[in-house]
Design a protein around this ligand. Structure first.
Ligand SMILES: Cc1cc2nc3c(=O)[nH]c(=O)nc-3n(C[C@H](O)[C@H](O)[C@H](O)COP(=O)(O)OP(=O)(O)OC[C@H]3O[C@@H](n4cnc5c(N)ncnc54)[C@H](O)[C@@H]3O)c2cc1C
Length: 432
């Protein structure tokens, strides 16, 4: 078959890999000037490694991604350090990267709260019954089983941070289950950064015969009802037997307006959050304790949700001695942070860095970058499994695979690989 894939993120590239291996002729259309999608990165002169536009790491449980890397023969290039994650509480930061460390968190005290926290954490780690959990919101289930105090202190900041005031009370409990189930304290990356991996993968695909067209945004996909041919409209408008779209649900609804109303309605009803991330190259290390990831409750007044010192994960010598710090948040695309300039955001963000290191001065900033995306985090509402659009759309030959369909798992490159490969099997008729 002649197959077009729209998007060169990890789902598009994983699908292209399997389809090409099976003998099909694949063309990838990518709007950007590089592959890798949301997991892509950038590199300054003098840097040996690239930095991800949006902070990225793998978990030890990311079997689809790690399995693919093994198949490609690059497992030696995967590194798994164990950086430190901390949580803010009453002006101080405490270790927060495992159930045991969380249980030692001081706000919980030593009584019944700690026991309830431990039992709920253990139950969620051990159960596989996520379908039963999606009938409840995180808010109601954890208030009931972990108790008001534990919920307020340990879980509520996380859901407010990820889903904002608008959605946090509506997110279903299977989302929290998936987070606890799949996460590990060891965090992984690829030698040279995620962009290096994406470039190597794209190179392998090209060697296998995949055509990758960069700066080639697709505007419309049409099916000829008589011949069944699928025309992919960009500058050329070529014809394909099958097409896989790996963009957001909103973009999918624009690209294929001929989809039946029920499918379009399903796409438009899916909710998601955007992300705003400022990255800094600092002349000095920010966290003197060597912390990598700071979780920051919104209630403590920080203007961002996470501060991530990347160079406490990957050494600064890979970046010419620059110390890389991300300040990021998940926000609705209407939020003012999507309109403010980089300078305006820096005016709000930089003064806060003294809370992480009192010695910090704005002169430490050698360079700053701003990255924003309107589609960063799908929002799973109650009984979300019933709202997932099928990969195989009602328009014959057109398939759709996105972050919004990997549920009950949270989005991630691991699940992008899984859904890309699943879509490839469906396109070849190997899976129902
Ligand atoms: C802030 C943030 C932090 C994250 N952290 C992690 C993490 O730590 N670990 C992890 O594994 N995952 C993380 N993720 C998630 C991960 O980035 C995604 O799950 C994954 O990259 C999605 O891959 P994809 O192929 O589905 O989509 P995408 O990567 O979005 O790929 C879609 C591609 O389509 C292209 N495109 C868009 N429109 C068009 C068009 N009209 N025509 C042609 N091409 C088009 C885009 O340029 C893009 O390259 C994070 C995401 C964000 C936003």
């Amino acid at each position: 078959m002649k197959i077009a894939i729209i998007g060169s993120g990890f789902s598009g590239m994983a699908a292209a890999y399997d389809l090409t291996k099976a003998g099909h002729q694949v063309t990838i259309f990518e709007a950007a000037d590089h592959v890798g999608g949301l997991a892509g990165g950038f590199k300054e002169p003098g840097w040996e490694w690239s930095v991800e536009k949006f902070y990225h790491h793998w978990f030890a449980s990311d079997k689809h991604m790690l399995g693919l890397i093994k198949e490609l023969g690059w497992e030696q290039k995967v590194l798994f350090p164990r950086p430190l994650t901390v949580m803010y509480h009453n002006g101080k930061f405490y270790p927060f990267d495992s159930i045991v460390k969380m249980a030692l968190f001081p706000g919980l005290g030593w009584g019944v709260n700690k026991v309830r926290f431990g039992f709920v954490g253990l139950f969620l780690r051990l159960t596989n019954a996520w379908k039963a959990l999606e009938k409840y919101t995180v808010d109601e289930w954890l208030r009931k089983w972990a108790g008001e105090k534990v919920y307020k202190l340990m879980w509520e900041p996380l859901v407010i941070g990820k889903f904002g005031e608008r959605y946090y009370k509506q997110v279903n409990m299977a989302w929290m289950w998936a987070r606890l189930k799949a996460r590990s304290t060891r965090l992984g990356t690829f030698e040279g950064g995620f962009q290096n991996f994406a470039d190597l993968f794209a190179g392998r695909l090209r060697d296998m015969g995949v055509e990758i067209q960069l700066q080639a945004p697709v505007t419309l996909i049409e099916r000829d009802t008589e011949s069944g041919a699928l025309t992919v409209h960009n500058e050329t408008g070529k014809v394909y037997d099958k097409v896989l779209v790996t963009l957001s649900p909103e973009a999918m609804s624009r690209l294929v307006p001929s989809l039946p109303e029920a499918y379009l309605h399903g796409l438009r009803n899916l909710k998601s959050m955007g992300a705003v991330v400022i990255t800094l190259a600092l002349k000095h290390r920010l966290s003197e304790e060597g912390y990598y990831w700071y979780n920051l409750p919104k209630s403590a007044g920080f203007p961002f949700l996470a501060l991530v010192e990347h160079t406490n994960f990957v050494p600064a010598n890979k970046f010419g001695g620059d110390h890389i710090v991300y300040m990021g948040d998940y926000l609705e695309p209407e939020h003012e942070f999507f309109r403010l300039s980089q300078e305006e955001l820096l005016e709000r963000f930089l003064p806060v860095l003294k809370k992480f290191n009192p010695k910090f001065e704005p002169e430490w900033v050698r360079k700053a970058w701003l990255f924003r995306t309107a589609y960063a985090q799908p929002v799973p509402l109650l009984n979300h499994s019933q709202n997932i659009p099928n990969i195989q759309t009602p328009v014959e030959g057109i398939y759709f695979a996105s972050m919004s369909q990997v549920y009950p798992w949270d989005r991630g490159t691991n699940y992008a690989v899984e859904i890309g490969r699943r879509a490839a099997r469906l396109m070849m008729g190997n899976e129902q």
